[in-house]
Design a protein around this ligand. Structure first.
Ligand code: 3HC
Length: 280
C-alpha cells in the first residue's frame, strides 16, 4: 500500500518522503513506483515528462528524521497494533508539532495510536484501497480525539489526490472492510466445504454480481496474512461469528503463504507427487 499511496500523492503534485525500514526496501518501493509509471507512459496515460516530474518529487529513505518537517505522515506498516503504537510514539517525538499523523490501518483502533502522541487532536485514519492509484475511495477515520481541522485537512489532501473521501467513525473495519471481509471469509468456507473450486467461485462472483474480481483474486491482492489480521481485529472488537476466520485461512497463513491460489497449486502438486510415489 505504501508504494501506491506515495505514487498517488506524487502524481498529484505533492513532495513525498517515502520512508522504509532500510534503504534497500525504500529503493525497491521507488523502483515499483517507477515501473507503475512506466506502464502508464506505455499505455499513453501519462507523458514521460509527467513521469519524470512525479519521480523527482519522491525521496526514498530509511531515516525517520527525514519526516521532521512534513505536513502529513501516512503510516502503512504491518497491521500490528504494538508495532504501530511504537512508531506513532517515535513520530510524535520526531515530527513538528503541527504535523498531522495519519494511519492507513484497515481495522485497528485509531484512538489508541492517537493516545500514543502528545497531539491526539492531530491524529486520524486515512484508509486507501488496493491498488491505491486506481481505487477512488478513501475512508477518513475520525477517532474520538480528532479535531475538525485535522479531518478537513486530510479530506482536502485526499480530494487533491483525485479521491472521493467518506467520513467514518473509528470502529473496526470502518465501512468497507466490515462488509467485505465476512464475504471473503465465507468464500474460503465455501471452498473448504468442497462446494466449488476456487476458479468457479471467482467466475461466479464476477459473472453473477458484476464484481471486477472474484473473492480469491481479491484475497490474493490484499494478501492472506493481512486478510487474517483484519478478520482477527474485527472478531476481537465485535465477537461476531461472522468475523471468525475460517480455520483453512489461518492454516494457510501458518504455512507461510500470502497468496491462496499459489498455496492451492503447491498443495495440488504435493498430492500429485504423493500419488505418483505410491503409483496411484
Ligand atoms: N497499480 C497501479 N495501477 C494499476 C494497478 C496497480 N497495482 N493494477 C491495475 N492498475 C490499473 C491498470 O494500469 C489499468 O489502468 P488504465 O485503465 O488506466 O489502463 C486499470 O488499473 C485497470 O487494470 P487492468 O486493465 O489491468 O485490470 P482490471 O480492469 O481487471 O482492473 C483492478 C484491475 C483495478 C484491480 C480491478 O480488478 C478492481 O477494481 N478490483 C477490485 C479491487 C478491490 O476491490 N480493491 C479493494 C480491496 S480491499 C482493500 O484494499 C482494503 C484494505 O484494507 C485491505
Amino acid at each position: 500500500m505504501g508504494s501506491g499511496i506515495a505514487e498517488t500523492a506524487a502524481v498529484s503534485g505533492f513532495e513525498v518522503v517515502l520512508r522504509s525500514r532500510n534503504q534497500a526496501t525504500a529503493d525497491a518501493t521507488l523502483a515499483a513506483i517507477e515501473k507503475s509509471l512506466n506502464r502508464q507512459v506505455e499505455k499513453g496515460k501519462r507523458t514521460e515528462a509527467e513521469r519524470d516530474a512525479a519521480l523527482a518529487r519522491v525521496t526514498a529513505t530509511s531515516e525517520l528524521s527525514m519526516l521532521r518537517d512534513v505536513d502529513l505522515v501516512i503510516e502503512s506498516v504491518v497491521e500490528d497494533l504494538a508495532v504501530k503504537k511504537e512508531l506513532f510514539n517515535e513520530l510524535d517525538r520526531i515530527t513538528d508539532d503541527r504535523t498531522i499523523l495519519a494511519t492507513n490501518t484497515s481495522t485497528l483502533p485509531v484512538v489508541e495510536l492517537a493516545m500514543q502522541t502528545g497531539r491526539p487532536e492531530r491524529v486520524c485514519g486515512v484508509h486507501f484501497f488496493n491498488p491505491a492509484p486506481v481505487m477512488e475511495l478513501v475512508e477518513l477515520v475520525r477517532p474520538l480525539t480528532a479535531s475538525d481541522e485535522t479531518i478537513a485537512a486530510v479530506r482536502q489532501f485526499a480530494e487533491s489526490c483525485g479521491k472521493s473521501p467518506v467520513e467514518v467513525k473509528d470502529q473496526a473495519g470502518f465501512i468497507v472492510n466490515a462488509l467485505l471481509f465476512p464475504y471473503l471469509n465465507n468464500a474460503v468456507r465455501l471452498y473448504e466445504q468442497g462446494v466449488a473450486s476456487i476458479e468457479d467461485i471467482d467466475t461466479a462472483m464476477k459473472g453473477g454480481c458484476g464484481f471486477p474480481m472474484g473473492p480469491f483474486a481479491l484475497l490474493d491482492l490484499v494478501g492472506l496474512d493481512t486478510s487474517l489480521a483484519i478478520l482477527d481485529a474485527l472478531y476481537a472488537e465485535f465477537r461476531d461469528p461472522n468475523y471468525a476466520a475460517v480455520p483453512l485461512m489461518r492454516r494457510m497463513v501458518a504455512a507461510g503463504e500470502t497468496k491462496i491460489r499459489l498455496l492451492i497449486r503447491k498443495m495440488q502438486n504435493c498430492f500429485k507427487m504423493q500419488f505418483q510415489a505410491q503409483n496411484l
